[in-house]
Design a protein around this ligand. Structure first.
Ligand code: DX5
Ligand code: ZN
Length: 240
């Protein structure tokens, strides 16, 4: 098997848009390495990893040991979404075990500027995330500092929920706050149809769990999703 060096550094400065980021939360954890292999062969260029602390969200998921194991079995960049009450306590730890980009919640961060600076000092991508009830203006002061903004299109905490179409206006509002080089990610209930709706409003990174890893043919589901959003990224257009 060909060996590839792990490409480290801020992935959002290296990857072309659009990106479909499979959420490993929906994987079969007894076959995690194998399923990452299938996604890689299908063309995935980034993997989304959901960290939940049972406090900021009412669920628990993966912690540093699991991220370390994921890091050991893939060269793809890891887009780590931390749904935790105190992100400042965890950034270093997830950086150590192999995160390439860390996205924290604006609702949880006491000092978002400091967290963003620290992520950049560590050479990582820096992202900020908004829950559905948080307005776009909540990130106004830091929007230009981050590499990626994540607009949740479900309440964070669980995979397999229904896409909230009411978030589309926020996607467009956030896109209006960003430069073309900054990424706008959507997460929650994303399938080919909702992904396309988000793409038309300016999203260019599409997290999908159940609609990729929950499908029988993971590679085909990834390919269909990528195809659906491929030609529709960029700023919102008038006729959408
Ligand atoms: C939810 C997580 C998502 C989740 C998405 O809190 O942030 O990344 O895995 O799952 P689906 O795509 O099934 O809605
Ligand atoms: Zn997520």
């Amino acid at each position: 098997m060909e060996t590839m060096a792990i490409r480290r550094g801020n992935p959002w400065r290296q990857l072309a848009a659009p990106q479909v980021a499979p959420s490993l939360l929906a994987s079969d954890f007894t076959r995690l390495g194998e399923q990452i292999g299938i996604l890689t062969a299908a063309g995935a260029e980034v993997l989304h990893v959901d960290v939940m602390d049972g406090h900021f969200v009412p669920n628990l998921s993966m912690g540093p040991p699991v991220v370390k194991s994921i890091r050991a079995c893939t060269v793809l960049p890891l887009d780590v979404h931390i749904m935790v009450t105190d992100p400042a306590c965890y950034i270093e730890r997830f950086a150590e075990v192999g995160a390439d980009s860390i996205t924290f919640h604006v609702e949880a961060a006491q000092e978002p500027h400091r967290l963003i600076d620290r992520l950049h000092e560590l050479g990582l991508g820096a992202g900020i995330c908004l829950r559905p009830g948080t307005p776009a203006k909540a990130i106004a002061e830091v929007a230009r500092e981050v590499d990626i903004v994540l607009v949740m299109t479900v309440e964070p905490g669980y995979g397999g929920q229904e896409f909230m179409a009411a978030m589309l206006d926020k996607v467009e509002a956030v896109r209006g706050m960003l430069d073309a080089g900054q990424r706008l990610e959507v997460d929650g209930g994303i399938d080919r149809h909702s992904g396309l709706l988000c793409a038309k409003r300016g999203a260019d990174v599409f997290v999908a769990g159940s609609h990729i890893l929950g499908q029988r043919d993971i590679a085909a589901a990834f390919g269909a999703m990528k195809q659906a959003v491929a030609n529709h990224v960029g700023r919102p257009t008038e006729n959408q």
